[in-house]
Design a protein around this ligand. Sequence first.
Ligand SMILES: [Zn+2]
Length: 147
Amino acid sequence: MRKHKAETGVSYAAQFRAPEHYAQLAALPKDPARIAERKQEGWQRRRAQKLALPTEKFQHEDVYERDGWICGLCSEPVDRELGYPDPLSKSLDHIIPLSRGGHHVWDNVQLAHLACNNKKQARIAEEASWTGSPPTSASEDPPSGTP
Ligand SMILES: [Zn+2]
């Protein structure tokens, strides 16, 4: 059912990227969890920017350290070793959701389990009877094969 998306993606990108650029990319260590995390960070910032909200640049890790690796939603500890897309892995929660006028700023974010965060998002979406598709792209990323 799925078409070979990767194939067309590569040929498309190849038109714009010099071979040496590829060599550089290939030299970088590939960590699926980290890539997924970076994607998330980028997505959240882009979304905030799209809504013309004030944004702050900060490292998610700094927020997690600030919160002492305790989930802000269920008050249980978060295992820093777990990575996306593990339900108990760390994620960044907007205390006041962006969709409710919250901002992507230091004071409006907290550490939350991915599952807790998703549950909250689902509840908010339901309350607002929001009909858009959920903001996840997890299906694109293969689960990390770390033991
Ligand atoms: Zn939690």
